[in-house]
Ligand binder design. Structure first.
Ligand SMILES: [Zn+2]
Length: 199
């Protein structure tokens, strides 16, 4: 191998930026534009630390071929197989705890609390309504929440939902013509929902 870098020969010595030792050029990895400024020992130690921190085995990442990306084909989607796979995963030991944990986190989200409040109003005004919140409001709960957040004045933090602000229906849904689907969807449409502030 030719170690003639910028006129330096194999016998030249440079200082490692990591450990500060004066080492010959062969102690450094070649880079695209010259030599690495950390010696091989320092790089190895760095990778050992990184592997330990990420709980990986020695040699991780070496000789690893990049995985071929299989393009998603909607025709390959088999709803029956998918349902079985899903059920198998859910029934596996330990996974029910994971599902509970995920749901517990979702339930704490402000948009989730907001959607529960809207659902309570729907239940109160239209007892036994079969349609979903998304259908009646014309948007998914998270979209409604983001819409309200975009209308918040400055100084009000979106995270403080239920603390400094909440949501309400601008026009009382009971005043709409609830006998017809059109009226029901107008009554609960997300543009009829506005933020209000708790003092
Ligand atoms: Zn070093």
């Amino acid at each position: 191998m030719d170690w003639d870098f910028e006129g330096k020969s194999k016998t030249s010595v440079i200082m490692c930026r990591g450990c500060g030792r004066d080492l010959s050029l062969i102690e450094f990895h070649k880079m695209k534009d010259g030599l690495n400024n950390h010696c091989k020992d320092c790089i190895n130690a760095q990778q050992r630390r990184w592997r330990a921190a990420n709980k990986l085995k020695p040699g991780y990442g070496l000789n690893k071929k990049p995985q071929k990306k299989i393009p998603y084909n909607p025709n390959d989607y088999d709803p029956v197989k998918s349902r079985i796979r899903n059920r198998t995963w859910r029934n596996k030991e330990g996974n029910d705890q994971r599902i509970k944990e995920v749901w517990r986190k979702i339930e704490q989200q402000p948009w989730r609390r907001m959607s529960r409040k809207i659902l309570r109003v729907i239940e109160e005004v239209l007892p036994g309504e079969r349609e979903t919140l998304t259908f009646l409001c014309g948007a998914r709960p998270k979209q409604i929440y983001n819409y309200l957040v975009s209308n918040l004045p400055c100084g009000i933090s979106p995270k403080d939902y239920d603390k400094t602000w909440s949501c309400k229906f601008l026009k009382d849904p009971k005043t709409f013509d609830l006998d017809y689907e059109k009226g029901r969807r107008e009554a609960f449409h997300y543009t009829n929902i506005v933020p209000f502030f708790i003092i």
